[in-house]
Design a protein around this ligand. Structure first.
Ligand SMILES: *[C@@H]1O[C@H](CO)[C@@H](O)[C@H](O)[C@H]1NC(C)=O
Ligand SMILES: *[C@@H]1O[C@H](CO)[C@@H](O)[C@H](O)[C@H]1NC(C)=O
Ligand SMILES: *[C@@H]1O[C@H](CO)[C@@H](O)[C@H](O)[C@H]1NC(C)=O
Ligand SMILES: [Zn+2]
Length: 295
């Protein structure tokens, strides 16, 4: 009975994405950094003027990929870097982005489509929902790693559960930090990280998070984002290799304490980048092309 329950939990959550909490937090952070014009445009595209217009759709892509109609989109949540952690970490778009696409090509595609202005309202909304999700996914180091299916095949113990390293990074370690996964939890975590970005730990680094970002060269930008996150696989996620993690009686507290700061960094970075990126989509594509009408 209990092993059935544990297996069920691991299966339900062992998907390729920051969990609902991480994606919604990234979205709330982005909402804080978009301009009033960008916000109005996005609210119009999403037909949602609520205070959670990005957070509410941040996990749409994970629900969609689980449907028969959305199965084609599953490869878009990650890029399978064929590197060799912990010895060597690197992303090479030509080598690593499969023919079905990957998170880097998807960010480029949905950046272009979000700002295109000639698509149907439904296709524009789909593009923006995908973009909000994938800019989040690419900051999770194990979404930029092929080794053991991005850690999905690395069995570990966390807080007494048998699960896998990927789902602990996506979901269980963030939830351990915050204590829940509701939109209110995400808003609260976002507020904490926004304070760190504005005048705390992250203030001095935030300019580097978006340096060189350019919607006109989205593939290059997204490859850089993937490389940045992938580097943590060697330095933080599994610096002693995967077997050392599987051998630990529990990842809590030693491993959790060693990595939780990087999880916070990557969520903050994803949100700050997303806000800046949406501002660029609006200013450089939507407003400039004159496709946008205030709603
Ligand atoms: C927009 O949302 C409202 C409800 O908030 C709904 O009544 C309306 O049909 C939606 N419009 C479109 C185009 O989906
Ligand atoms: C990236 O991968 C391609 C294809 O495997 C290879 O030809 C190219 O040399 C690689 N680039 C770098 C910088 O290693
Ligand atoms: C871009 O997105 C559209 C809509 O989801 C999809 O049909 C198309 O195949 C994508 N193109 C590329 C190059 O990924
Ligand atoms: Zn995802």
């Amino acid at each position: 009975m209990s092993s059935y329950v544990l297996l069920g939990l691991a299966t339900l959550h062992g998907v390729h994405a920051w969990g609902v909490l991480g994606h919604a937090t990234i979205a709330y952070i982005a909402q804080n950094y978009v301009t009033a014009e960008t916000a109005s445009w996005a609210q119009g595209v999403l037909n949602d003027t609520s205070s959670s217009y990005l957070a509410s759709i941040a996990s749409f892509a994970d629900q969609f990929r689980a449907t028969a109609a959305g199965a084609w989109s599953a490869p878009l949540h990650f890029i399978d870097a064929e590197d060799n952690p912990p010895t060597t970490c690197n992303v090479n778009f030509t080598r690593d982005c499969g023919t079905a696409g990957c998170v880097v090509s998807a960010i480029a595609n949905y950046t272009q489509r979000s700002g295109d202005g000639r698509l149907t309202a439904a296709n524009t909304a789909e593009a923006l929902k995908f973009l909000v999700h994938f800019v989040g996914d690419v900051t999770q180091p194990l979404h930029d790693e092929a080794f053991e299916l991005g850690g999905n095949d690395i069995p570990v113990h966390f807080m007494g559960f048998n699960d896998n390293l990927h789902s602990d990074w996506d979901t269980f370690m963030p939830e351990e930090l915050i204590g829940g996964s509701s939109l209110a939890d995400a808003q609260s975590w976002a507020n904490t990280l926004i304070a760190e970005i504005d005048s705390g730990t992250f203030e001095s680094q935030k300019a580097s998070w978006i340096a060189g970002d350019n919607t006109a060269n989205a593939l290059t930008t997204a490859t850089r984002w993937a490389s940045d996150a992938n580097a943590f696989v060697c330095t933080v996620v599994m610096p002693q290799g995967a077997a050392a993690l599987t051998a630990m009686p529990d990842l809590f507290p030693t491993y959790y304490n060693a990595v939780i700061g990087t999880i916070e960094l990557q969520i903050a970075k994803g949100g700050y980048r997303l806000g800046n990126w949406l501002n660029m989509v609006f200013e450089k594509e939507v407003a400039r092309e004159g496709h946008w009408r205030r709603v």
